[in-house]
Design a protein around this ligand. Sequence first.
Ligand code: CP
Length: 317
Amino acid sequence: MPLRHFLRDDDVTHEEQAEILARAARIKGAPFTDRTLVGPEVVAVLFDKQTLRTQLSFSAAIAHLGGYPMVVDGKLAQVGVRESIADVARVMGRESVAIVWRTYGQDRIEEMARYAQVPVINALTDDFHPCQILADLLTIQEHKGALPGLTLGYCGDGANNMAQSYLLGAALAGMHIRIGTPASHQPKPEILARAEELAAEHGGSVLVTDDPVETVSGADAVATDTWVSMGQEKEKDSRQGAESPFARFQVNAGLMAQADPGAVFLHCLPAYRGFEVTEDVIDGPQSVVWDESENRLHAQKAILAWLVEQHRAGDPT
Ligand code: CP
C-alpha cells in the first residue's frame, strides 16, 4: 500500500473525505476517546511561516490523541538552507509517526513527502490550505447539513491558497463552488481544471467570476480571506489601499444580503475588519468563524489519526 500524505485537498477521495469529516464530528462529541497516538507517539510540527491557530490546534490534537507534539521553529531548522529538505525529512521521519509542515512552495512539501517515510500533512503552503478546508467543510456540515449540492461563494484573492483549496475540497465534496475574484488574480489553470473534473465526477459545479453578487447569490455559505497572504507583505499597500483590486469583493452586509437568508459566513482568520470583511458581518449573527476555528482541532485529529492508521496498516513494522 503506498504511503499516504495530505498535501492537497484531493489527496483523499470523495468517500475518504466524507469518512474523515464523519470521524471529526464523532471526535468532537467525545474528544478523548480516540487514542491513536498513545505512547506517546511523536508528531513533528514545523513552521516556516507565522501561525496561531495551526500551532494551537495541531498541538492540542496530537495531545488529545495521546501523542506528543514536537514543535520545530522553522527559523532554527532553516529547512533547505542549513540542510536539504530530503535530509530533514529522513531525520524527522525516524523520530516521528507523522510530519506537519507549514511552508512556502508546494514543491517543498512534496519533496518532504518523497523522503520522510511517514505521512506528511500540509499545514499551509502558498498553493493550498487543506486542513483549513476540512475544518470549513465540517463547520458547513454542522450548520447546513449534508455537503453535496450546497453552494459556497468565496470572495477575494482567487489566486491564494484558500481559494485554490476551496476549489478542490468543495468540488470533491460535491458542492457548487464559486470564486469571485478580479481577472488579475485567477486560480492556477491546472487547479481550476482539476476542480472542474472533481465537480463533474461528484455532482457539483465550479464558477470563477469577477462579479461578487454572482458569487454569493443564493449561496449557503459565504467565505473570504485576507487580501495579503503570508509572503505578500511587501504588496500590502497595493492589496489593501484605495486602489485595491479586491475592494469590490469585500464581504459587507449588502453583499451578504445577496446570499441565502440562512447562509453562514466563514473566515479562516486572522481577519482584517474593514478590508476583506466588515465588522457587522464577521461579528454578526450569520458568522460561524469561532466554530470554524475550533473545528481545526477536530478535523486535524481526524486526518492525522486516519493517516497514521493507513500507514500502520500498510507497514505494520
Ligand atoms: N487559519 C490559520 O491557518 O491560522 P494561523 O495562520 O493563525 O495558523
